[in-house]
Design a binder for this molecule. Structure first.
Ligand code: NAD
Length: 258
């Protein structure tokens, strides 16, 4: 039998219940990882764990709100009790507070608390376990929004820019502990938020792909499927990326290349 890419690895995916996180959990399970799904959405998290376990692979759902330090502590405690290690962390959970200059204090605090502080606190809680087992890999979710200007996106985009440099800073700090830290930066991906925004404009998947403001903004002239992002996350999480750290990998169909 051929060795899979994540055999004997325990991977924790925040926001694993839906969208890119869900695709990542499924992709990791295909590569034989034990997957810990952390999400505020209990229905989706439980359903996905059941779906993976039915295939004979191992998945475990822990209801988690990454904006709460106590909830993060519980997540890591549960993972440690069940599996005694974490080899891979995917910091994927985020909220889409898409606002311009008029954003309220509450909106700023919510988006910063989940997307930036939450990501940093999950990482802080997981790192001791990674160190204990000799190292690991962390993959953060940046975005094209980390690097470019988009109208009325200042709240969300500021957090994604923070993730990109958090990735570089933590790569520097954690290298001596044999922990690599990278980010995947997707273009537009067909998940709940994009489905909702395009539906509001009367578009479906095919017409959104063809639309100049959606699929058309990417060189490849279409929106990505979540699995295409999961494939890049898998690469950076795996030993195949053993000499890559501090990198922001654009997975954007050429969006930012022009
Ligand atoms: N969809 C895109 O076009 C796109 C593009 C670039 C980057 N991204 C990034 O990819 C990541 C995933 O995006 P998506 O489109 O799959 O989103 P999604 O909304 O489909 O999934 C996000 C998941 O995170 C969970 N979540 C939200 N807040 C949480 C919290 N406080 N604690 C725990 N879980 C929480 C949600 O319940 C959901 O299951 C995000 O970091 C996003 O910024 C998405």
């Amino acid at each position: 039998m051929t060795q899979k890419r994540l055999t004997d690895k325990v991977a924790l995916v925040t926001g694993g219940g839906n969208g890119i996180g869900r695709a990542t959990c499924l992709r990791f399970a295909e590569e034989d990882a034990t997957v810990v799904i952390a999400d505020v959405d209990e229905a989706s998290g439980n359903q996905l764990a059941e779906e993976i376990n039915k295939t004979g692979k191992q998945a475990f759902f822990v209801p988690t709100d990454i904006s709460s330090e106590a909830s993060i502590q519980n997540l890591v405690k549960e993972t440690e009790e069940h599996f005694d290690r974490i080899d891979i962390l995917v910091n994927n959970a985020a909220v889409f507070v898409l606002r311009g200059i008029d954003a309220s204090v509450d909106e700023w605090q919510q988006v910063l608390q989940v997307n930036v502080v939450g990501t940093a606190l999950v990482t802080r809680s997981v790192v001791p376990l990674m160190k204990r087992s000799g190292g690991g890999a962390i993959v953060n979710l940046g975005s094209i929004s980390s690097f470019i200007a988009q109208r009325e996106f200042v709240t969300y985009s500021s957090t994604k820019a923070a993730i990109s440099n958090m990735t570089r800073c933590l790569a520097e700090d954690l290298a001596e502990s044999h922990i690599r830290v990278n980010a995947v930066c997707p273009g537009t991906v067909w998940t709940g938020i994009v489905e909702e925004l395009t539906r509001q404009q009367g578009l479906d998947r095919a017409t959104a792909d063809a639309h100049p403001d959606w699929g058309g903004t990417h060189m490849l002239r279409r929106i990505a499927d979540p699995r295409e992002i999961a494939n890049a996350i898998l690469f950076l999480a795996s030993d195949e990326a053993s000499f890559i750290t501090g990198e922001n990998l654009m997975v954007d169909g050429g969006y930012t290349a022009r």
